[in-house]
Design a protein around this ligand. Structure first.
Ligand code: PMP
Length: 372
């Protein structure tokens, strides 16, 4: 056997994926992290055309300039971030953006403040880069919203970066503007980087999304097309940072990825420039499902925050065997502890499944798990 690098030994294969692969046929999957909608037709058509147009060559390393120009406009319009096409990199999903952020800026001796619970990839990216994780609790009493004062308590001279993710996977929490702003101020005062994963930006209910890059120069803003346009398999994301930081990120991107997929980039261009009706329809439908799942779970006695974004709820469920019992009854969920120690005693449920299936799943849980 060839001994793997010590950094590889620090990470594991996703337990969540493993569980899905073991799911029995016919089970209702509330474990998934992707929209159950299809890619809007105009985006499909743009991609078909791109193949006929032979847009199948390498693109500029940072991505097609027309796409980056649209991303610049999007950042200005939606996020009040001023950037230039030179400081935007089109990536292979937000996942690549997270990976290159860690590779470009984090090394042994660096502390990275990580919300607990949070998306699994963050921990893996920090570990692969050799950084030290400093967890900061997202408390249920605060509806899982990360608070600036809790972050402030974790800052040391070794703090290199913080990961932010609002709306959040796995809790659906949307951070308050004052906390975003206060953390942005802390990043300037204490010279650390904010890696802001804003992939669920558009999936938000009756609430406004604020980007920390509005208030601080030390931010890498990450976004993508997977959630907003149901383009998960097409693998397009993007980031922006100030000129100096963007250049460091670009070094890692150019020397590993070369460029994101050309046809998918054409689809992404259409996504940004075409009609947004499908996005609004999708978000309205998610809200209807959120209302259903939150009220059913609370009705069963599982205390559940009325999450303001993404497509997850994070009910308090003390029964350690709940996930197994639910799976045996035909409903797939994910143990909250998979997302960090503060997730213990919770279960993540995704409502990226049809209204009817969510209703059915809730009936199954009520009949066979709660009263079973
Ligand atoms: N960030 C978060 C918080 C996510 O939930 C996901 C997808 N599950 C990603 C990033 C990765 O997105 P992409 O498909 O753009 O790589």
């Amino acid at each position: 056997m060839i001994n793997p690098a010590s950094r590889t030994k620090l990470i594991e294969l996703s337990q969540i994926r493993k569980m899905f692969e073991a799911t029995k046929p016919g089970a209702i999957n509330l474990g998934i992290g992707e929209p159950d909608f299809d890619v809007p037709q105009n985006i499909k058509d743009a991609m078909k055309k791109s193949i006929d147009d032979n847009d199948t060559h390498y693109t500029p390393n940072k991505g097609y300039v027309e796409l980056r120009e649209e991303i610049v406009k999007k950042f200005k319009r939606d996020n009040d971030i001023k950037t230039t096409p030179e400081d935007v990199i089109v990536t292979v999903g937000a996942s690549e953006a997270l990976y290159i952020s860690a590779q470009a800026f984090i090394e042994a001796g660096d502390e990275v403040i990580l919300p607990d619970p949070s998306f699994l990839l963050y921990e893996a990216c920090i570990n692969l880069a050799g950084g030290t994780i400093v967890p900061v609790e997202c408390k249920m009493e605060n509806e899982f919203k990360l608070k600036a004062e809790d972050v402030e308590n974790k800052i040391t001279p070794n703090t290199k970066a913080i990961m932010l993710n609002s709306p959040s996977n796995p809790t659906g929490a949307v951070m308050e503007k004052e906390d975003i702003k206060a953390i942005a101020d802390l990043s300037m005062d204490n010279d650390f980087l904010i890696i802001s994963d804003e992939i669920y930006e558009k999936i938000i209910y009756d609430k406004k999304h604020y980007s920390p890059a509005r208030y601080s120069d030390n931010v890498i803003t990450i976004n993508g097309f997977s959630k907003t346009y149901a383009m998960t398999g097409l693998r397009v994301g993007y980031l922006t940072a100030n000129e100096t930081n963007a250049e460091e990120l670009f070094k890692v991107h150019q020397n590993s990825i070369a460029c994101a997929n050309s046809t998918a980039q054409k689809g992404a261009y259409e996504a940004l420039t075409g009609p947004q009706d499908d996005v609004h329809k999708m978000v309205n439908e998610f809200k209807r499902r959120r209302d259903l799942i939150v009220s059913r779970l609370n009705g069963m006695g599982y205390e559940t925050v009325n999450a303001e974004g993404a497509f997850y709820v994070f009910p308090k469920i003390d029964d350690e065997d709940f996930v197994k019992k639910a799976a045996d009854a035909g409903v797939v969920t994910v143990n909250g502890a998979a997302f960090g120690s503060n997730g213990k005693g919770h279960v993540r449920m995704s409502y990226a499944n049809s209204y009817e299936n969510i209703e059915k799943a809730m009936n199954i849980l009520e009949e066979r798990v709660v009263n079973g």
